[in-house]
Ligand binder design. Sequence first.
Ligand code: GZL
Length: 343
Amino acid sequence: MRGKRIRTTGKNLFAAAALFLPLAALLSGCGKRAALDLQTEAPDGLISVAFSEVGAESDWRVANSESMRTTFTEENGYEFYFEDAKGKQENQITTLRNYILQGVDYIVLAPVVETGWDEVLQEAKDAGIPVIVVDRMVDVENEDLYAAWVGSDFKKEGEVAVEWLEKYLEEQGRADEEIRILHVMGTLGASSQLGRTEGLEEGVAAHDNWEIAAQLQGDYTQAKTYEVVAEYLAESEDIDVIYCENDNSTLGAIQALDEAGISYGTDGDVILISFDATTVGLAACLEGSINLDVECNPLHGPRVEQIILQIEAGETPQKLTYVDETYFTPDTLTEELIAARGY
Ligand code: GZL
């Protein structure tokens, strides 16, 4: 493995200069970002891996960041850079340009939304820096703009939830009952939101007696979901299911249901469906507050490392790697199982 040097070939130098000038204006103008250290070089023998993370909006996201941090350590042979974009694509694009100017060996991108990446990924390609995309997908004209992707089949996650709901309603003798579903979406345009939403919408279309009562924007956070669900419940309490696209949103819905005095879970009036299967979600599922929690595995660090080691060895990694996932219901959980999962 090699230490990283700033590349100064003609093409890259031009690309860097073309990028640097506006960046210098930005840096000198706002002074909000630490001056870019263009002399950054990874100590000899380390591979420099630079990660642009969405933010820290959820327990899932925190676990995802931790997986990357604990994988790309100096003792494992890496120089690790990390930037939290606070949920803004423009911050990620600025971060990627900084990484390109620093001449890192690899860029890892967890894209906040699918579109708007072609230009900056072309800049990384022109600089000869492989980009590995994790979690959500990028929608680009040319798939050669990234070396590989690791993540989940989000539509499949939604389909798992629909299949479970259909079976659960049958077991409850409610197969032919009118079912009204309150749908709380994640960050609009994120692959996880698009896929989980598509899975639900297709499931509703396949059941004449199911209806989406409303689609609210929970943005994957407890606070936002509490706000929008409380506002909805103030107008109507006629719902049978709340389908939240991550655990933190489900906790926000629970807060609003508690305030409205509406029961939920295995012994309540409203069925709660959640995604991520993080510790907070599984704890609520174990106690029967959440009926179903569909797993979405955040531990991408080791998978990304395998891809990097393949590229270091001159191999071409598999383009798309889907992680294996399952789902949990109260009867399948124990405190020991939850503790052993580590996130
Ligand atoms: C899913 C990921 C989503 C999680 C949320 O892979 O993109 O973003 O479901 C997180 O918890 O905020």
